[in-house]
Write a protein that binds this ligand. Structure first.
Ligand SMILES: [Mn+2]
Length: 320
């Protein structure tokens, strides 16, 4: 495995914690500052070098400036312009040997929680989703049918370039994996739909971000998901996390006390030869951190990363 951590574009103590816990790779996002031009090599180069100067090699791009990436998901008037930007930055990623893009298909809302201050062990805070907190409202901003159409249009436009430049699209499931969220519908909400999405333009460069918590929230068998998607070589990136509950009502857990057997998960990744990037995801906010970045607090990562490394070492699962 390639151990990585999601680090914002401006250095903060999470960068130091990553380095101090032995992380050598970064999951990066382009700054959403209105100045970063994703089609400009020099912008990417300086961002890349900022991480490299701290001993962190970028390996995944996750998150990108909006609204460029909203347009192709919404299928609005700027769709072709936004797709053109993607086509221009794929060769830049190739030059930087940045081979994986974590992409989602959740326009308008992104990953979504209705509560972010649920008390967990010892007063740590976790996020949760409760269906009753978000009633359906009209009009719908986008339907499932439109989402499928837009996804098809996007894949047909970009997959040939992904193949040309060797860039993998790692589709993240919808989070929460529900068919309707207030005024939007959603599609990447279960295994069948995700498999359908991967078959729109069959390619070795179209796969998934195996966000464990999302698949658990779907009620899917996480061990079978890890097994079958790895067998098909469709796991490009792993988000290591756990939840408890159902698609309608769930909350995050510490990595060591959720319902999922995390050791068994790692044994399965190893058994099927997964050697791609992994990062811990959605950590509790622990004492010493405020709750301004629910799921991404700094201290919580220390425990999560340490716990992951401990398991990998115990399993003799090689990582870099
Ligand atoms: Mn995730």
């Amino acid at each position: 495995m390639i151990l990585a951590d999601a680090l914002r574009s401006e250095p903060d103590r999470t960068w130091d914690y990553a380095v101090q816990t032995g992380i050598k790779h970064a999951v990066i996002g382009a700054p959403n500052d209105g100045k970063f031009d994703i089609t400009d090599y020099s912008h990417w180069r300086s961002l890349y070098d900022r991480y490299m100067s701290k001993g962190l090699t970028p390996v995944v791009v996750e998150g990108a400036p909006e609204p460029a990436h909203e347009s192709y998901k919404r299928g609005d008037a700027d769709r072709d312009k936004s797709i053109d930007q993607v086509l221009k930055y794929l060769p830049i990623l190739d030059k930087l040997n940045l081979r994986t893009i974590c992409i989602n298909w959740m326009p308008y809302k992104g990953w979504y929680r209705t509560r972010n201050n649920i008390p967990a062990r010892g007063g740590a805070l976790v996020t949760g989703f409760y269906r009753e907190d978000i009633p359906d409202t009209e009009p719908l901003l986008i339907t499932a049918e439109q989402l499928w159409e837009n996804l098809t249009y996007f894949l047909k436009a970009v997959v040939p370039s992904c193949e040309k430049y060797g860039i993998k699209l790692a589709f993240h499931p919808d989070d929460p994996p529900v068919p309707r969220l207030g005024d939007v519908e959603r599609i990447l909400i279960n295994r069948a739909n995700i498999e359908k999405a991967l078959n729109i333009v069959p390619s070795a460069f179209v796969g998934i971000t195996l966000c464990q918590g999302c698949f658990c929230a779907m009620g899917e068998d996480i061990y079978d998901i890890i097994t079958t998607f790895n067998k098909k070589e469709k796991v490009f990136f792993v988000h290591f996390r756990d939840i408890e509950g159902t698609p309608q009502s769930f909350c995050e857990t510490f990595h060591d006390i959720g319902p999922t057997d995390m050791v068994r998960c790692l044994e399965l990744y190893r058994e099927y030869g997964f050697n791609g990037p992994v990062r811990v995801d959605h950590v509790p906010t622990m004492a010493g951190d405020d709750n301004t970045r629910p799921g991404y607090a700094a201290v919580g990562r220390l425990f999560a990363i340490g716990y992951l490394k401990g398991m990998l070492d115990a399993l003799h699962y090689p990582y870099i």
